[in-house]
Design a protein around this ligand. Structure first.
Ligand code: SF4
Length: 209
């Protein structure tokens, strides 16, 4: 069994496009663009904040996360802990963009919630994502559907890492336009290349090694 740990932040790459995930986390390719640079600066600012207590809520920043069950590690932007018996844990993730229909960002937050549940022996029912472009928090409910989607993404990402094979480009060409790796990935070249033949040649080559 492959016992590698997976970075929680990698899940959004997998959810967006498994090929993007493989290029970054298997092939170590990375290309910064304006969006990734702005996101990095935003997280650096958020993580550099100090813990604070306001009324009954303590805010911890840059909290380190670990799940042995899901083989996840990471760091979360903000964890609000509301005092009570039991205390209420409320994860908050900061994003530079705006709310999305797709679950990419919610998967990352839910994975953080799974880690908190394991580390603090609790149940996280809600969290929020703060979007820089619209300057507001979007509430996220950790319901069964989101948990199932998140666990499927975790398992898929682990399986892809274990396989060591970079998959073909996403069918959703719109995603490629916003992808920082489009020049390295060359999805159009790959799509024109009738990939079945390409894959067969590679498999033949692998067997002879
Ligand atoms: S360019 Fe398209 S296919 Fe390639 S990694 Fe990005 S989203 Fe995926």
């Amino acid at each position: 069994m492959d016992d590698r740990m997976l970075a929680i932040s990698a899940l959004q790459h997998y959810a967006y496009c498994p090929r993007q995930f493989a290029l970054i986390h298997l092939e170590q390719a990375w290309e910064e663009n304006r969006f990734t640079a702005e996101g990095r600066v935003l997280h650096e600012r958020v993580d550099s904040g100090v813990a604070e207590q306001r009324r009954g809520t303590r805010s911890e920043r840059g909290v380190l996360l670990l799940s042995q069950q899901y083989r996840l590690t990471g760091k979360m932007d903000l964890l609000e802990i509301e005092s009570g018996d039991p205390p209420r844990f409320f994860p908050v993730e900061y994003k530079r963009g705006k709310p999305k229909v797709e679950d990419w960002d919610r998967i990352q937050l839910c994975a953080q919630a799974l880690c908190i549940e394991e580390m603090r022996d609790t149940r996280v029912t809600e969290g929020a994502i703060w979007y820089w472009e619209v300057r507001r928090r979007e509430p996220v409910v950790m319901d069964d559907a989101l948990r199932a989607t998140t666990v499927a993404a975790i398992e898929g990402a682990h399986a892809l890492l274990a396989s060591g094979k970079t998959p073909p480009p996403t069918e959703d060409v719109k995603r490629c336009r916003a992808c920082s790796l489009v020049d390295l990935c060359e999805p159009d070249t790959f799509r024109r290349d009738h990939s079945a033949h390409y894959v067969n040649v590679n498999e033949l080559f692998t067997e002879q090694e």
